[in-house]
Write a protein that binds this ligand. Structure first.
Ligand code: SAH
Ligand code: SF4
Length: 410
């Protein structure tokens, strides 16, 4: 049984799956049962069977619980099966997830998105926002902590909207975080992903006050020009965004911010791109996902001419990537000599322990396998390109002139 769980957010993701499916269709050996789930299933529905006649089933994101039914149908009748309901199944049994990662767990808290950014396919493939009852989230988190998990990442297309669709619950996103923080043994709580408009003062204070909540917040700007932001329907201006970041840094100066950026949105000029570049430099994001604009069928922006040539998009992407690189390099340099808390996730291919800081930085150090899944304090002594190199607390720090040498050898 082969299941392709797909993403529709950019054209490249779709093309990769279509390429793989096409290859399977040409294979002469006996085939497995092939199914397509996820957002491509929602967007393409039965048209997937026309393009890929060897696909056995297409299962939408609201039909996860129908998987066994669909498999029985395919096995018994040998016919193709399609289950793609647009209506969200409210009573999903979330507690059955099987996890491979023994250290970090992902927990779904809200599905769908009501924002309708003009470039984005998510509101059409995932439907409107539906929050999961807080009791069910708490139950899953308690269960995970009992099983030894130290870190929980709360998932949603827009986690900050949590609870707005269910005012009767009286539990917004920050309320949920306060509830989860009370679970004994919960060490780290993160979330992904968010919309700046819904980042409230209450949430900023929660990041400052709750011991379990990591001091890293994803704060996706998408573009630095207010004209482009308006065209994207992001419902904030550049000034409002910056003001919010300043407010956050007043409440918690050490907060680390992440972002998503789209370059080459229709009509984006060089000057407007430079506004994005300057804001990036000013805010000094520690994590950034940068994309070139990809027109998606069914979105409002699809009707506009995709007028920025691919070379210009790629050039803007490269400039932001190198800026991001130099900023994160400086951030690593600033951490030299610091003692930091890390969660040990496993071993890398060189058999060293790999771990993460609360703010998502990669760290490697030597140690025994007993440390996997535990929180440790280590001291940063140098860094390679993307990774902090650490050792036991109390270790001697190399003089800075040798650091460049040490890191260039790694
Ligand atoms: N809800 C989050 C983002 C979820 S989608 C938010 O509002 O920020 C993840 C990221 O994919 C987006 O932040 C955006 O940067 C990128 N993305 C979405 N649609 C895209 C498109 N058509 N072309 C290029 N990037 C896109
Ligand atoms: Fe897409 Fe995020 Fe905008 Fe929703 S808020 S439409 S998920 S980019």
């Amino acid at each position: 049984l082969l299941i392709y769980n797909t993403c529709s957010i950019r054209d490249l993701a779709e093309r990769k799956v279509m390429g793989k499916l096409g290859k399977l269709g040409r294979s002469k050996t006996r085939r497995a049962i092939i199914g397509v789930t996820g957002c491509m299933a929602m967007a393409k529905k039965e048209s997937l069977f026309r393009k890929m006649p060897h696909v056995d089933f297409v299962l939408g994101t609201n039909n996860l619980t129908d998987l066994n039914l669909v498999l029985d149908e395919v096995l018994e009748t040998g016919k193709q099966s399609l289950k793609v309901d647009d209506q969200f199944e409210e009573n999903l049994n979330y507690l059955v997830a099987k996890r491979d990662d023994p250290v970090k767990a992902y927990v779904s808290i809200i599905r769908g998105c009501d924002k309708f950014c003009t470039y984005c396919v998510v509101p059409y493939t995932r439907g409107q926002e539906v929050s999961r009852p807080p009791e069910s989230i708490e139950e899953e988190c308690r269960m995970l902590v009992d099983q030894g998990y130290k870190e929980v990442t709360l998932l949603g297309q827009n986690v900050n909207s949590y609870g707005k669709d269910k005012p009767e619950w009286n539990c917004l996103f920050h309320d949920l975080l306060y509830r989860l923080d009370k679970i004994p043994g919960i060490e780290r709580v993160r979330s992904m992903t968010s919309h700046p408009t819904d980042i409230t003062i209450n949430l900023m204070q929660a990041v400052r006050d709750l011991p379990s909540l990591c001091e890293f917040v994803h704060f996706p700007i998408q573009a630095g020009s207010s004209r482009i932001l308006k065209k994207m329907h992001r419902i904030y201006t550049k000034e409002q965004y910056i003001e919010k970041v300043e407010q956050f840094r007043e409440i918690l100066p050490s907060v680390n911010l992440g972002t998503d950026i789209i370059v080459g949105f229709p009509t984006e000029t060089e000057e407007e791109f430079l506004e994005t570049y300057d804001i990036f430099k000013q805010i000094r994001y520690s994590v950034a996902f940068i994309f070139t604009y990809s027109p998606r069928k069914g979105t409002p922006a699809f009707r506009w001419k995709d007028d920025i040539p691919q070379e210009v998009k790629d050039d803007r992407l490269q400039r932001l990537l190198s800026l991001h690189d130099s900023i994160t390099q400086e951030q690593r340099q600033d951490m030299l000599g610091q003692e930091i808390e890390v969660l040990v996730e496993g071993r890398n291919k060189n058999n060293q322990l790999k771990a993460r800081t609360r703010c998502w930085k990669n760290v490697i150090f030597e140690g025994s396998s007993d440390l996997i899944g535990t929180l440790q304090t280590v001291k940063v002594h140098s860094y390679s390109h993307q990774t902090l190199l650490a050792g036991p607390v109390g270790e001697l720090i190399l003089p800075s002139s040798k650091l460049a040498l040490a890191s260039s050898n790694l």
